[in-house]
Design a protein around this ligand. Structure first.
Ligand SMILES: Nc1nc2[nH]cnc2c(=O)[nH]1
Length: 464
């Protein structure tokens, strides 16, 4: 164990890694039931997506742990699963099998830009102030994920009729009123995490999750979901496994030449979001905690092949999406919830191996695991977000030319509910500021290119 994961060298222990793994797993375990709930609306079988979600998470997370030796977990991302369902299938009229083909191709593009070092070039080109802003912004994003999971922030649609039809509509955000037990349980959990964090209780995050889940039993919030039949789920897997290679998938995706531009634009939109989501997650969580050390960064810049941890982690992330799509799920990505385990002390791939083992067990214990309510984990996400927001102090807020791009990169992540679009807003405003200051030549060519691609992405999305 020591030899493989270099625990001592990374200043960690087996028990700390186990605790971190459990913390990350519980923080992200909601995806086991939420992903099938979202994707089944396209006509996909619930049980097939349930297993595809777990299998994609196990494979992606194991590769991350065993190949890259970093404490990150992977699973199908929220955001892109909604894009898959509501935009690609409902809005654009693609079948779910065709949508899976596009996810598969997006995965191949990911692999290509990773092995050809394009992703590495982008990382190197990001200006320092934006890197800090991305780190802090991910803190805001992860806290917001926690708040939305328990509906602590509510949205009242301006047009309830249009909202009832399932489309995206404008809505007035507001704070939920304290008249439901989910919020009470969330507040109890939040209180526990704050107390345990301030008092530096060992394993405090995991303890808070478990205690909150137990308190949720008499409140009717922690309830077993017996509707999941393992046999039925395995029976449905053949319907999703390999479906992208069927007639409804690749067999028809390119059949209509008039639809080709739409297919290409959709793959492009998938790829932009997937690529920058992962970059943001690694930069935001890995650098400050030392997971990607100075030496590792130098190796990333100067080494060949997969010489650095970041190289290997990017590769692990890139292969998971294609594998997931073959089993039957939308884009698999490195989860921002990994930051909960990192905050609990996780530093090596052993944390990821524990997460993967938990996902494997969850096939058989799904009713128990899905019983842990979001209210039990949301408090951890909020406090981890608070910890990550510390990076914002590195930004020189008194210099408005630095503050504007940093503000857009960090705050937009939460507003747009997308790490990628936060990065886009930061890059584009950075270019504008530099042009205004007649310092356009200081902008790295990669930043120009990425900004232009994002603008193209936004224009294409508006035309879809
Ligand atoms: N980085 C990241 N983390 C997530 N956690 C839940 N969904 C996502 C996602 O789409 N991206």
């Amino acid at each position: 164990m020591e030899k493989f994961f270099h625990l001592k060298e990374n200043g960690t222990t087996v028990s700390r890694e186990c605790m971190a793994g459990l913390t990350t797993f519980f923080a992200m375990s909601y995806i086991i039931v939420v992903n099938p709930q979202i994707l089944q609306q396209t006509g996909m079988p619930w049980g097939g997506v349930f297993l595809a979600t777990i299998i994609a998470a196990i494979i992606g997370t194991l590769v991350m742990g065993l190949f890259a030796n970093v404490p990150y977990a992977q699973a199908p991302g929220m955001g892109l699963n909604a894009f898959f369902t509501y935009t690609v299938c409902f809005g654009l009229g693609f079948t779910w099998q065709q949508a899976l083909c596009m996810v598969f191709l997006c995965g191949l593009i990911n692999i290509l830009i990773t092995v050809t070092k394009v992703r590495k070039m982008i990382i190197k080109a990001i200006p320092e102030s934006l890197q800090h802003a991305i780190g802090g912004g991910i803190g805001l994003f992860v806290a917001y994920v926690g708040l939305l999971n328990v509906a602590a922030v509510t949205f009242t649609p301006n047009d309830p009729k249009a909202a009832a039809q399932g489309g995206a509509v404008s809505a007035v955000p507001g704070m939920a009123t304290l008249d439901n037990p989910t919020l009470w349980l969330f507040l109890i959990g939040l209180l526990l995490v704050i107390v345990f964090t301030i008092l530096k209780v060992k394993g405090g995050m995991l303890l808070a999750i478990v205690l909150t889940a137990v308190i949720g039993i008499p409140m009717g919030q922690t309830t077993m979901n017996n509707s999941i039949s393992i046999g039925e789920a395995f029976g449905q897997l053949p319907q999703t496994f390999g479906a992208l290679f069927s007639h409804e998938g690749f067999g028809t995706l390119f059949a209509d030449p008039a639809k080709l531009p739409l297919v290409l634009v959709t793959i492009f939109a998938f790829s932009m979001s997937d690529t920058f989501d992962t970059l943001g997650t690694f930069i935001g969580t890995g650098r400050r905690t030392g997971i990607f050390s100075q030496a590792d960064e130098e190796s990333l810049e100067n080494g060949h092949g997969f010489s650095s941890k970041m190289d290997k982690a990017l590769f692990a992330d890139s292969i998971a999406t294609s594998i997931g799509s073959i089993f039957g799920t939308s884009n698999t990505t490195t989860y921002v919830e990994s930051s909960a385990g990192i905050a609990a002390g996780g530093r090596t791939g052993l944390t990821s191996v524990i997460v993967a083992a938990c996902f494997a067990l969850s096939i058989f214990f799904a009713p128990v695991i899905s019983a842990v309510p979001s209210a039990a984990t949301a408090g951890v996400l909020v406090i981890v977000g608070c910890m990550m927001a510390a990076s914002l102090k590195e930004v020189r807020w008194d210099d408005i030319s630095e503050a504007i791009p940093a503000f857009f990169a960090s705050v937009f992540m939460a507003f747009a509910y997308s790490i990628s679009y936060g990065i886009a807003a930061g890059f584009i405003t950075y270019c504008i500021v530099k042009v205004c200051k007649k310092k356009a030549s200081e902008v790295h060519p990669v930043v120009w290119i990425v900004s232009a691609l994002f603008i193209l992405d936004f224009v294409c999305m508006a035309m879809l």
